[in-house]
Ligand binder design. Sequence first.
Ligand code: G1P
Length: 293
Amino acid sequence: MNQKIRKAVFPVAGLGTRFLPATKASPKEMLPVVDKPLIQYCVEEAVAAGIDTIIFITGRTKNVIMDHFDKAYELENELTTRGKTEILKMVQEMMPPNVSFVFIRQPEALGLGHAVLCAKSVVGDEPFAVILADDLIANRNGDGCITQMVEQYNKHQCSILGVERVNPRETDKYGIVKTKEVSPAVGQVETIIEKPAPEHAPSNLGVVGRYILTPAIFDKIEHTQRGAGGEIQLTDAIAALMSDEQVLAYEFEGKRYDCGSKLGYLQATVEFGLMHEELKGDFLDYLKNLALD
Ligand code: G1P
């Protein structure tokens, strides 16, 4: 195969019920962590990995994501008039000019597998990435998660799932895999199950929101029946793919924040605040004082 990973699919049609009322009229992917929406961190992670085609699978109330990645003429004029050249530069250079955006409407929320299938005609016959913006992943001193996974893809030429050890009591929140070790951070997936109860989980190795998939996945999704939660699950299609192709699990370097949960989102906000060039000193002082109160 030996094809470059150029495309990333971002399923963003979810309702974001865990963040209501914040997400009643605006998408959860636009929740900011310090000064950037979640979705922008993930798009930047993809672009840093060499991806140049960003495919959003969207639903109702998601148009603002489209606006966010579009040129903002009025804002740029206003900033020019006011002489705010640095902010103007930041807005204009948010994305490199070679990156293009495609928006596909998912007519019904039938699950993650169905969302990925909506990208079939745009992805075509190429391996591609899937990124779930709920999972914010930071690797302070090294490559981003997708860059690491693209490297693994280039080495192994097969589907790669981003995984990490999760709390054994919380296996029912994740796709869980059982693997056979290939090298220290890489394992061949032998079993994958969507959201098993802790007593039925084959391990505590959970799939996070980062995947590299071969195009053979589309045919598998097309033949996947509704599974857990009555949805067409990507996990079930991956299980079917495993009978034809090798699928690997990769324990990435970096820290994941589950921004689909309020606690994870708050943790990301605090830790990104402490990493933020402009804020870190004052914010640390503030937290220290708060802890002393
Ligand atoms: C989805 C997948 C699940 C995966 C998780 C990672 O679940 O179905 O296999 O472990 O993302 O965030 P969701 O969180 O959308 O319910």
